[in-house]
Design a protein around this ligand. Structure first.
Ligand SMILES: CC(C)(COP(=O)(O)OP(=O)(O)OC[C@H]1O[C@@H](n2cnc3c(N)ncnc32)[C@H](O)[C@@H]1OP(=O)(O)O)[C@@H](O)C(=O)NCCC(=O)NCCS
Length: 212
């Protein structure tokens, strides 16, 4: 391992152990846990599926590149990612700090990628395991992530980019109040947005029964 990589890995480990990067969010059906190295092999398996690559707008990576990507997601202050656990699949009790690989079914990310607006976050959700789809995990994970992003990153506007034929994801975000903001003919992609400035966050999350 070269020095740069060991420094980054040490930072990632520290970030995982402390502060927001180490936090887990517990919902009714899902638990969001920090993306840990133990999750990478299963995550990499998911990302071999051509349908998931298209749906998430991702490129296939080698396992080594996936480990590098994991470091990027856990050390970049403009990104935050959680692995989604399906509560029904957790063996025994949920233990904070345990990756619970047996129950990992997807991920949810935010990316503060607009330097002119640090309170804007792009959100992404994936429920990769088909047996865990249609159970409300995607919706709950997005809401838990949004609530976290408002609280810890003071996010005021969320956006999401979705392929125009991805009916499930379009319906999910429209159900949560996201509205069409723009369309890319080139990428055949719709950008939807939701302004928290126009919604009182507590009323918004109450409406979707997310507990504070
Ligand atoms: C899109 C995705 C995240 C949905 O997750 P999920 O856990 O299956 O969805 P939920 O059970 O939480 O459903 C929430 C809402 O989404 C919509 N939805 C979910 N699956 C749907 C489907 N197959 N067809 C139509 N609408 C669907 C519905 O509005 C649903 O609310 P309802 O049950 O009250 O009708 C999941 O299918 C997925 O990961 N797909 C591949 C990756 C992807 O497309 N990611 C989005 C890129 S931003």
């Amino acid at each position: 391992m070269d020095t740069d990589r060991s420094v980054v890995e040490a930072k990632a480990k520290k970030a995982e152990e402390k502060g927001e990067q180490g936090r887990s969010l517990i919902g009714e059906k899902a638990v969001l846990v920090p993306y840990m190295r133990e999750h990478v092999p299963r995550y990499h398996e998911w990302m071999q599926d051509p349908a998931l690559l298209v749906a998430t707008g991702s490129e296939p990576l080698t396992l080594d590149q996936e480990y590098q990507m994991h470091l990027s997601w856990t050390t970049d202050p403009n990104k935050h990612t959680f692995i989604v656990l399906d509560k029904e699949l957790i063996q025994g009790d949920f233990v904070p700090g345990n990756p619970h690989v047996e129950a990992m079914v997807g991920d949810v990310n935010i990316y503060m990628n607009d330097p002119s607006d640090p309170q804007l976050a792009e959100i992404e959700i994936m429920i990769a395991e088909s047996q865990s789809r249609g159970k409300g995990l995607g919706e709950e994970s997005v809401l838990l992530m949004m609530e976290f992003a408002v609280e810890f990153y003071s996010i005021q506007t969320f956006c999401v980019k979705i392929g125009e034929s991805n009916t499930a994801s379009l319906k999910l975000f429209r159900k949560l109040g996201f509205v069409d903001a723009s369309y890319s003919e080139f990428f055949k992609e719709v950008t939807l947005a939701l302004s928290m400035a126009e919604n009182s966050p507590s009323k918004y999350f109450e409406k979707f029964r997310i507990r504070h």
